[in-house]
Design a protein around this ligand. Sequence first.
Ligand SMILES: C[S@@+](CC[C@H](N)C(=O)[O-])C[C@H]1O[C@@H](n2cnc3c(N)ncnc32)[C@H](O)[C@@H]1O
Length: 274
Amino acid sequence: MTKPTPTEIGHGYDAFADLLDQIWGENLHHGYWKDASDDASLEEATERLTARLSAMLTVKPGSRVLDIGCGIGEPAIRLATAHDIEVVGVSISERQVQRANDRAASAGLADRLSFQLADAMDLPFPDESFDIVWAMESMHHMPDRWHVLRQAARVLRPGGQVAIADFLLVPGADGEKPDGARVREASKGVLSVVDLDEYLSHIREAGLVPQSTEDVSAHTRPSWGKAAVRFAALREQAEPHIGAEQFDLTLSRFHSFSQETTLGYVLLTARKPD
Ligand SMILES: C[S@@+](CC[C@H](N)C(=O)[O-])C[C@H]1O[C@@H](n2cnc3c(N)ncnc32)[C@H](O)[C@@H]1O
């Protein structure tokens, strides 16, 4: 199976919005749990991950932020609630863009938040037009992550920062060697991951300087199992849309990822030189 195109990904998010709402809630990304005794809900834990990535940034009042792969706008709403900033979000899903704009208006933030349909592979913004580029769990969808990284560097003003939350290839339990091919195989080609050294070298090649990285693999991994439990409960609703075979495949993928200790997760920031 080959990786879906951006258009197919957008249609998928449009078609499965209701299911995604029931699985993930408002944040379409992983959660953060402190340790095995942490019984935070998925909703609480996903908010925490947004807060952790946001805490790695220096956000100045008046900053202009680009949110690449904005989902239904919740991380942008959180950022704009905490800081006096303007956020422009892009998504490849028309329905998400509509909902994100509606949600921003309901939150009384429409004067500072706007969302539009755009492909991150071809960002429709001038060079040096943002102070911060934020990409939370969207880079793995891109046909070419490193092209999007170069796009991010292009639209950033000198001195600006990029903040990324993304999947990562990490050493497994008991020092097991990371195996990107196995992760790709388990995801049927959908999820390709690299290790931190390779990620950082692409960041440098894009003209950015890595600032901070946090390997949150162990803290985010419970997300797969918790999402699987919610997805399993939605069989009756999901099967008529995706069929029994696809339902079982997706569920088994969630379970196998929850056991895959070389599939990790990283939060990182980088800076465009002045
Ligand atoms: C897992 S969701 C994360 C959403 C949001 N960042 C959040 O944390 O709630 C991935 C997002 O990436 C977006 N996306 C995927 N491919 C894209 C592309 N080529 N251009 C723009 N957005 C894209 C999807 O539409 C979706 O909004």
